[in-house]
Design a protein around this ligand. Structure first.
Ligand SMILES: Cc1cc2nc3c(=O)[nH]c(=O)nc-3n(C[C@H](O)[C@H](O)[C@H](O)COP(=O)(O)OP(=O)(O)OC[C@H]3O[C@@H](n4cnc5c(N)ncnc54)[C@H](O)[C@@H]3O)c2cc1C
Length: 310
């Protein structure tokens, strides 16, 4: 039996702790419940939105006029180097599993919050590894409510991008094939990553991760690239933080939102921030970057019930 709640505050389930009420809200722990929730939305003519850990969302203060479905369908099965992971599994649980089983390829994703479904949607990554690196196939629930298995090529992965951003598919299960590794070495690497991450993201920080996407360096016109010192290009990307810093964003803030004084692409809710303040601040600096460099920064964070930034 689904427990559908009314006017459920999204600020309770986003890492930013911002967001007004979802008209309807339900958590699902099984595929059957998920399908039932979607049918329920259809019967009532409601839109629906599936979310995972809420770690990559900026939700309007006015909330969302739909059924928000929180995916808590978890589970990992493995056969040798092949893993099948239910989409509501926490990414960290998946990473821990791979490390314990001596499987290499995801250890640098340690510390990224959220679910494997959310990670696939945005092709999450860090320190040169992305979730899509070792994906072989993905089971989705299509708009026509059919279960379909897509190959990696059909999933349209790019930098912080996937075909799921264009289609209203629900990611149900992800299959990956990892490489053999040594548990102790993998654990050591994961710990190194975690130490670096804790400096940028101290425990308890209220944020949605980096707000803007970095820019793939080869997509930049030469005259713009010439203005950027080559050592600023990291893993083939020009960090959005570098550009934001060059227009004075570091340490700035308005009302309850502050841009970290150590990282210009990190917008933090100091406790009483609102989506309105967050949006206005992000927009202000996106415009400054556009004016100075001619580069349109694109949010990595999903804007829910908010217009495009610029
Ligand atoms: C402190 C912190 C650090 C972070 N560091 C990183 C980092 O290093 N690298 C990085 O890439 N990201 C990072 N992020 C951002 C975020 O954690 C990732 O994008 C994460 O993968 C989002 O997963 P989620 O389950 O929380 O998705 P949510 O925020 O719940 O949802 C994000 C989007 O995915 C969609 N979605 C979620 N589940 C499904 C599904 N099953 N089917 C279809 N669509 C779905 C939602 O509709 C939404 O559009 C960080 C965030 C925080 C708060």
């Amino acid at each position: 039996m689904l427990k559908i709640k009314n006017n459920y505050l999204m600020s309770k389930i986003t890492t930013l702790q911002i967001g007004g009420p979802a008209k309807k809200f339900v958590s699902v722990k099984t595929q059957k419940d998920l399908i039932e929730a979607i049918q329920y939305a259809k019967q009532h003519n409601w839109e629906y939105l599936i979310i995972g850990g809420g770690s990559n969302l900026l939700v309007n203060d006015a909330g969302v006029d739909c059924l928000v479905i929180k995916n808590e369908i978890t589970g990992i099965t493995s056969q040798s180097r092949t893993l099948r992971v239910a989409s509501g599994t926490l990414l960290q649980d998946f990473v821990n599993y791979t490390i314990e089983h001596g499987l290499s390829g995801s250890q640098k994703l340690t510390g990224i919050p959220g679910t494997i479904g959310g990670a696939v949607y945005g092709n999450a990554g860090a320190y040169g590894q992305t979730i899509s690196d070792h994906i072989t196939s993905i089971v989705i629930l299509s708009e026509s409510k059919n279960l379909i298995t897509l190959t990696k090529d059909e999933s349209g992965f790019g930098y912080r991008d996937s075909a799921f951003k264009q289609r209203k598919n629900i990611i149900l299960e992800v299959s990956l094939q990892l490489k053999k590794g040594d548990s102790k070495n993998l654990q050591r690497k994961a710990e190194e990553v975690l130490q670096k991450r804790l400096i940028k993201y101290p425990v308890g920080i209220k944020c949605p991760g980096s707000f803007f996407k970095n820019i793939v360096a080869i997509t930049l016109p030469k005259d713009i690239l010439d203005k950027i010192p080559s050592e600023k290009i990291i893993y083939g990307k020009l960090p959005a933080g570098t550009l934001l810093e060059m227009v004075g964003a570091k340490g700035e803030g308005e009302n309850g939102i502050k841009i970290a004084d150590y990282h210009a692409n990190l917008f933090v809710n100091k406790g009483n921030g609102t989506a309105k303040d967050f949006y206005a601040l992000a927009k202000k600096y996106a415009i400054k970057v556009k004016e100075k460099f001619g580069i349109t920064l694109e949010p990595e964070v999903q804007l829910i019930n908010l217009p495009p930034l610029i």
